[in-house]
Design a protein around this ligand. Sequence first.
Ligand code: CP
Ligand code: NVA
Length: 313
Amino acid sequence: MIKIPRVKSKDLLSVTDFSKEEIISIFELSKKLKDELKQGKINSYLKGKTLGMIFEKTSTRTRVSFEVAMFQLGGYALFLSRDDIQLGRGETVADTAKVLSRYLDGIMIRCYAHETAIELAQNSTIPVINGLTDMFHPCQALADFFTIYESNRNFKNVKLAFVGDGNNVAQSLMLTAAMLGVDFALACPKGYYPKKEVVEQAFSIASKSGSVITLTSDIALAIESATHLYTDVWVSMGQEKEASRRKKDFAKYKITKKILDKCSSDCKVMHCLPAHRGEEITDDVIDSPQSIVLDQAENRMHVQKAILCTLMK
Ligand code: CP
Ligand code: NVA
């Protein structure tokens, strides 16, 4: 039987809810669960448990990977579109949390305001997992660092360079890098840097872990000696009205073959997906042999299984 790690936090709203040691044990469990699945072993670590999945925004990877993860662990996942439940007609988040806590064993929520996820967690007696808010995407960042960990077995000499918007994905990656002692550089246009409080939190964590965090508008500086190049869309869900301004402001901040060729030939290309091909990344980069975007997408499921087992067992 696999050993399930113990974590202090009831919920996963941001990667900082876990300690560095807890993250590493979740990675070890992810690896074991992934290996078991590849060997065709059936396990039922969450037999009889039900996860409710509330979605205010659309999703392919998060919805499917959580749902399949619960099925493969012997449990059940319930898709709850915000518009199909009373939350969409004005029932409070607190009442929703209290009621769902009487039926379910865990909740995954994808919503706009991060405060909604916090309020849900505060009013639930069961674990709440952030499946993306405007502020953070912790499951994505954990799966991404697991993808790096899986091939390197440690984080020595890793430098993750993110070119693009200082958005939810960038903020979670920056915090995770700081916790794991990984160097992180973000190149983005002025006005699109991560939120001040997240930057301060990352710098404070990095001062103890030793990771070097660089925020710049200079792409060449950010990608210098990068081992991993990462990008995400210029227009995140909920920012559709800003699309034309953002497309102008970000025009230079894309990963092209020319940018990739400035990095070492074993530098890996990462993207959380969905990609807007031709905008933040070109086809010849995302489809290149250096791209590990599909490994990232696959690992969402393995890492989320480890998170589900850890929080819901
Ligand atoms: N990366 C990610 O969260 O993808 P979805 O929006 O498809 O869930
Ligand atoms: N930053 C993107 C990530 C999608 C997975 C968004 O929030 O739309």
